[in-house]
Design a protein around this ligand. Sequence first.
Ligand SMILES: NC(=O)c1ccc[n+]([C@@H]2O[C@H](COP(=O)([O-])OP(=O)(O)OC[C@H]3O[C@@H](n4cnc5c(N)ncnc54)[C@H](OP(=O)(O)O)[C@@H]3O)[C@@H](O)[C@H]2O)c1
Length: 266
Amino acid sequence: MAATSTSRWSLSGTTALVTGGTRGIGQATVEELAEMGATVHTCSRNEEELNQRLKEWESKGFKVSGSVCDVSSREQRVQLMEKASSVFDGKLNILINNVGINVWKPTVDYTAEEYSTLMATNLESSYHLCQLAHPLLKASGNGSIVFISSIAGVVHMFSGSIYGATKGAMNQLTKNLACEWAKDNIRVNCVAPGFTKTSNVKPLLEDKDLVDRVVSRTPLKRFGEAQEVSSLVTFLCLPAASYITGQIVCVDGGMTVNVFPLEYRT
Ligand SMILES: NC(=O)c1ccc[n+]([C@@H]2O[C@H](COP(=O)([O-])OP(=O)(O)OC[C@H]3O[C@@H](n4cnc5c(N)ncnc54)[C@H](OP(=O)(O)O)[C@@H]3O)[C@@H](O)[C@H]2O)c1
C-alpha cells in the first residue's frame, strides 16, 4: 500500500535509540525525532544533566526516556540495549550512533590508553550497539541506523589521526552493514558533520585565529548549528528516505569540496 504524503514525512509510531542525547548534535536529534512523532530512548554519563533534559522534554510533550550509560563499556552497552528492548517491547526502528570524543595530538604523542579509549568510545561502541540492536531493528520490520561520523573520516583534518581513523572506519561500516542487512529491511547511512557549534568544540570557538581559518575555508563562511545536522539525520530515518542506504553525507558548509579555492580575477 502506498504511503500517504503525510506518513512519508512522519515518524509517528516509531521507536528510536540515540546515544549521547543530552547535548549538541545528539540533543538536537532527540528533539527532532520526537517532534516528528518518534518515541525516543537516549543515554549519557551525567545523571543530573540527563534528568534535567528529560524534564525539559516532558514539558515540551516529547516522549523521551533515558538511561545513564557509558557507551565505552561493553557491559553498560548490553544493559542499555536490554533497557531499550524492554521500553520498546523488543522492536526498534531507529538507532543513532552519535557519541564521539576526541583527544587532539600529534600521532607520535598518543598513549596506548588514549588509543584504546578513543577506539572503544567512537568505533567499538557503535559496532557493538549495531550488533545488539540488529534483532530489535529486524523485528520492527523497518529499521534505520545512522552513524554520526565526521568530515575527519573523509579528508585529513588537524583533529588527530586516531579520531580520523575511528570516523573513517564508521564510514566503511555504513557501507558493509547497508549491504549485509538490506535483506532484513534495515537501512544504514552516515552523517559526517563539519565544524558544528556544540559543547565539544567550545574550546576551539575561543581561539579566534582558528575560527577565522575555519570560516575562510568554508564556502558558506560560518560554523554549522546542531539542528543543521539533526535535520539530515531525521530525514534519513523517514519513510521518505526509504530508497537511501549505504550513503555518507557531509554537512559542512561545503568545506570538503573546497580543495583549491582561487578568487576569479577581473
Ligand atoms: N561538533 C562538531 O564540530 C562535530 C564535528 C564532526 C563530528 N562530530 C561528531 O558528532 C557527535 C556528537 O558531537 P557533539 O559535538 O554534539 O558532542 P557534545 O556536544 O560533546 O555532546 C556529546 C554527547 O555525548 C555524551 N557522551 C559523551 N561521551 C559519552 C559516553 N562515553 N557514553 C555516553 N554518552 C557520552 C555527552 O554526555 P556526557 O558527557 O554526560 O556523557 C553528550 O550528551 C560525535 O560523534 C562527534 O565526533 C561533531
